[in-house]
Structure formats: structure tokens, C-alpha cells
Design a binder for this molecule. Structure first.
Ligand code: PLP
Ligand code: LYS
Length: 432
């Protein structure tokens, strides 16, 4: 009935998450409210970890792409589960370090890291910096020389794979702002430069072909293309790399009908391709990284709202107005993304009411979902939107000077606040 096992219905007909009644959570913490299941997050981390044991004898690690949802507690949880972290800004790096994550397990990405961010990454001693372009390589080389250090880097490669997902979240094709292209020789020339640098040590290659991908084939293809290039560097430049990062992007369920592939299946198909290619080239299997973000936190999260108004426009549609909107979930406005919506206090009633869920921002496009089927709503009901754990809080804003809602973590029937809700005072904190 639901997109994930962490959701259920109790004897009152209320939606539960990790054993907590969502209606009680709404009463206790107020709405709008983000809720995340720690049980679910830990279970996904363990699935990735055991896949690495099984397919690579533990010779590899998943990095949690913290852009999906970044705060101190999630950094602690995923690192406790043995994952490394991918950060893409000084702010994400700061959060991870503040959470006590060992810098060696942090990998710094981004297509235009500022000088300040590069200095911060170098001074913190991050595991590696994933270099996006030659200007950045030159900056890292210069900074490292000035500091008298040798910096470990990987290079972001565009493998030329066009994965089928929304065009705004595809990244592996040639027309992408991220990384070095393979097909026109750009990547090989860049690798030659990196190998010649004295103050950087090229340890590996990185690719990421996009996000919310349901198909296994593009991941397998990406692994094959990347290993071919990895081997070319070995044979033509005499440089043996040690690490290969195959990126994230595994699709999750927003709707029950979404054909999400179990993560274990990606892991097994990709590892077969990796082992076959290494055998063909006669090289050692590199240390493999993958970089999932959405699949670790998305289905573990939901958002709760109170219905404040129901406006029926005859022969047009019915707007159900909630006390949230695009400021805390911009994904429908950005990508027309699907969500499962339901009335949390009447889950057992039939979902036969066609509603358009509208936020409270001054934008006609401030919608969470259009013409979706929910239980017949009444003012005061609690509306739940499922699978909001990824790219919701992390993409939230203060548009219209709305305050970002709190985030509550639930585990085995217990709840605790992991990010406090913002106050009006927070909104004017930096105003002068
Ligand atoms: C470089 C990189 N790594 C990892 C991710 C995480 O992707 P996802 O959240 O789809 O797993 C992204 C986002 O698409 C990314 O750009
Ligand atoms: N923010 C996007 C995905 C971008 C992934 C990061 N490269 C989403 O919500 O789907």
C-alpha cells in the first residue's frame, strides 16, 4: 500500500512511521513537519554495506551524497554505519566536520569550488578532491605547493551516457557542466596534466550519470566505459590508479507503481561488469565507491501538514491548502515530481477525492501535487506527503519569509528533534 516498509497504519486508522503515529507527531511538534525514519536510513546503509562485502569482498564503500539531506545527525548516522561522505560545498564540509566525521572519509565535489572552499578542504585533510576542470586542477596544484602538501585528487569524467531521467537532473552526457568529456579527448589530456603535477596525486576517476534512474543498463555501461579509460591511463601513461567512483543516482519510489530496482541488483550487475572488465584488461579491481544520496534518505522521510482550506472551483479543480509549500518542498515546482499524498488521520478511507495540494507562497505554481487522489479532506486534517526525505529540507528556502520546519527523527516508536524549526528571530539574524 505504501512506498516503503517504514510506513504502516495503526488501529486508529492513522499513518505511522517507524512505529510513531503521525497524527500524534503533528500534535506534539506542530506542522509543517519533516519526519525521518532512522530505522529505514540505517537499513538502507546496511544493504549497501553488505553488497560491498558480497560483491567486492569489502574492497569498496558507499559515500552518502550529503546534498540529499545534510545536517549533523545524518552525518553521524551514516558514518556510524560505515559510509563515507560526499560534500559539494564548504557548508556541507563544515557540517560533516562539526558532526565529528573524520576528514579522511570526506570527499569534496563541485563544479566550481571557490578558493576559500579549496583552502578549507586542503586544511581539513579531506580524503580526496574530485577535480572538475583544469582551472581547478591548477588552483589545487598551486595551493598544495604553497602549503607544502601533496593532495589526493580524483577526476570527474563525463562518460557520455544519456540516462533516462528528467533533463535537469541528468549529468553524464557531453552537454553537462560537470567534469571532463571522454569522447573528444579532453579527459585524457587533463589526466596527463594531473599526472605531471608535483603536488597532486591522482588516485582515481569519478563519474555520475544522473539521478532517479530506474534502469540498471546505464550504470553497467558507465562502469565499462570508466574501466576502459582507467586501463588506458595504465597502459598509455604507465600510471596505475587505485580508486573508481561510479556515482549515485539509484531510483526510489515516490508512487507505489514506481518500478524501483532493488539496490542489491544494481550492485550485483555493476560488480559483474567491473570484474569482467578488470579480468579482460588484466588489472587489479580498483577500490570502488558509489555515491547514493536519494536512495539513502528519500523513502525514509515524509512531511506532515494541516489542511487549512479547501477551495473547489466548479468544473475546474479543488485546491487543498496546506501550511507548507514550495519553500519547504520545491520539487513539484521544479520538476513536476510525483508524490504519494494521503490524509494521515483517515488512511483506511477510500482515496477517491481528486485534489491539488497548494502551498502558502505567493505563486500560482506553488503546488506540491496536482490532481492527486486522496481521502476526502476536511479542514484540520493532517495531510502526509511520502518520500520527502531527499532534496526537500536540503532545497528549502525562506521564500516569503516562511520559516523552515523542524526535522524529527523517529526510531522504534520514539521521536526526537534533529533540526529545530526556524523562528522569526532566525529570519532577521543577518539583517542589518
Ligand atoms: C556527483 C554526484 N554524486 C552523487 C549524487 C547523488 O545522486 P542521488 O541522490 O540520485 O543518489 C549526485 C546528484 O545527482 C551528484 O551530482
Ligand atoms: N535535487 C534534485 C536532484 C539533483 C541531484 C544532485 N545532483 C532532485 O530533487 O531530484
Amino acid at each position: 500500500m505504501f512506498v516503503s516498509d517504514c510506513y504502516n497504519v495503526n488501529e486508529k486508522g492513522h499513518l505511522t512511521i517507524s512505529g510513531c503515529d503521525t497524527v500524534e507527531l503533528a500534535e506534539k511538534y506542530g506542522t509543517a513537519l519533516y519526519v525521518m525514519s532512522e530505522d529505514e536510513i540505517r537499513s538502507v546503509c546496511r544493504r549497501y554495506k553488505s553488497s560491498f562485502e558480497r560483491h567486492y569482498n569489502g574492497n569498496g564503500t558507499a559515500l552518502y551524497a550529503s546534498k540529499a539531506f545534510c545536517c549533523k545527525e545524518i552525518c553521524r548516522i551514516v558514518t556510524e554505519e560505515g559510509l563515507d561522505l560526499d560534500v559539494v560545498s564548504g557548508g556541507e564540509l563544515y557540517t560533516a566536520l562539526a558532526a565529528g566525521v573524520d576528514a579522511k572519509h570526506i570527499h569534496f565535489h563541485g563544479n566550481n569550488k571557490t578558493m576559500q572552499e579549496l583552502c578549507y578542504a586542503l586544511e581539513s585533510g579531506v580524503g580526496d578532491i574530485v577535480v572538475d576542470n583544469l582551472n581547478e586542477l591548477h588552483r589545487i596544484e598551486k595551493l598544495s605547493a604553497e602549503k607544502g602538501v601533496v593532495t589526493s585528487i580524483s577526476m570527474r569524467i563525463k562518460p557520455g551516457i544519456d540516462a533516462h531521467t528528467h533533463e535537469f537532473i541528468r549529468t553524464g552526457q557531453i552537454d553537462s557542466k560537470f567534469g571532463f568529456a571522454l569522447e573528444n579527448g579532453e579527459a585524457f589530456e587533463a589526466v596527463k596534466e594531473a599526472v605531471a603535477c608535483e603536488n597532486v596525486e591522482l588516485i582515481g576517476l569519478h563519474c555520475h550519470i544522473g539521478s532517479q534512474i530506474f534502469d540498471k543498463a546505464p550504470f553497467v555501461l558507465a562502469a565499462q566505459v570508466m574501466l576502459k579509460f582507467y586501463n588506458k591511463i595504465h597502459t598509455e601513461l604507465g600510471k596505475t590508479l587505485t580508486h573508481l567512483n561510479l556515482g549515485g543516482g539509484f531510483g526510489v519510489k515516490y508512487k507505489e507503481a514506481d518500478a524501483a530496482v532493488p539496490y542489491e541488483d544494481y550492485m550485483s550487475d555493476v560488480s559483474e561488469a567491473v570484474h569482467a572488465a578488470c579480468k579482460e584488461y588484466g588489472i587489479q579491481v580498483p577500490y570502488i565507491y558509489i555515491e547514493p544520496g536519494r536512495s539513502i534518505v528519500c523513502e525514509a522521510g515524509l512531511t506532515l501538514y494541516t489542511v487549512g482550506d479547501i477551495k473547489t472551483i466548479p468544473n475546474v479543480r479543488t485546491y487543498v491548502a496546506i501550511d507548507g509549500g514550495m519553500y519547504e518542498n520545491p520539487r513539484y515546482a521544479l520538476y513536476q515530481s510525483d508524490y504519494t499524498c494521503l490524509i494521515a488521520n483517515k488512511v483506511n478511507e477510500p482515496a477517491d477525492f481528486t485534489a491539488t495540494i497548494a502551498g502558502k507562497c505567493c505563486e500560482s505554481g506553488d503546488l506540491i501535487q496536482e490532481n492527486t487522489l486522496i481521502q476526502k479532506p476536511e479542514v484540520g486534517d493532517i495531510l502526509a506527503v511520502l518520500s520527502t526525505g531527499a532534496y526537500n529540507y536540503s532545497m528549502a528556502s525562506n521564500y516569503n519569509r516562511n520559516t523552515r520546519p523542524p526535522v524529527v527523527m523517529v526510531r522504534g516508536g520514539e521521536s526526537r528533534v534533529i533540526i529545530k524549526g526556524e523562528t522569526y528571530e532566525d529570519l532577521v539574524r543577518n539583517d542589518v
